[in-house]
Design a protein. Structure first.
Length: 176
């Protein structure tokens, strides 16, 4: 079993941790696939249901006292033509990217943005003061992007070897 060391200055203190690279690799792969399936299934479910629209949620499910209540009402009244496809296709494409491990940083960023919107629509939270499942998902996505989880049994490792990425190294910010 491969062991590695993690050395960093965190919160003003030196940290030195030994860990199993295999275990971490499998954990990251599993988290990426689970999050990918969660997003992909939610998106495909919406795409395949011709009656689905975000209007019902925006009008009836946003809690009373939501600080952004006017925004959600405006989106439901005037912007469904954009919100519905962005939501359904966004979930589907983010999920697909996570599943295949391609453009994981880009997908993780936009997935976290979606979770931030879902979190804002859930305010005030029924169970918790600040943290709910949307915040947990957003942070998990942040972690997957930060460690480059798309390189673990994913397409990002191969994409980074392309001549295009060699010529334009800033593309690496989308991969990983």
């Amino acid at each position: 079993m491969a062991t590695n060391r993690f050395e960093a200055d965190l919160l003003g203190r030196e940290r030195d941790v030994e860990y199993s690279g295999n275990t971490v690799g499998y954990a990251l792969l599993t988290l990426r696939l689970v999050m990918g399936w969660t997003f992909f299934y939610a998106g495909v479910d919406k795409l395949l249901d011709p009656a689905w629209t975000a209007e019902g949620f925006l009008v009836h499910a946003v809690p009373e006292g939501n600080p952004f209540g006017g925004l959600w009402a405006t989106l439901a009244a005037d912007w469904l033509w954009l919100i519905d496809p962005l939501n359904a296709w966004g979930l589907t494409l983010i999920g697909a990217a996570l599943l295949v491990g391609g453009f994981v940083r880009f997908a993780a960023f936009w997935g976290a943005v979606m979770m931030a919107f879902y979190w804002a629509a859930s305010l005030p939270l029924e169970n918790g003061i600040v943290i709910d499942d949307h915040v947990v998902y957003a942070l998990l996505l942040f972690g997957l992007g930060a460690v480059g989880a798309g390189r673990i049994a994913g397409l990002d490792a191969r994409l980074e070897d392309l001549d295009l990425v060699e010529r334009y190294p800033k593309l690496r910010h989308l991969l990983g």
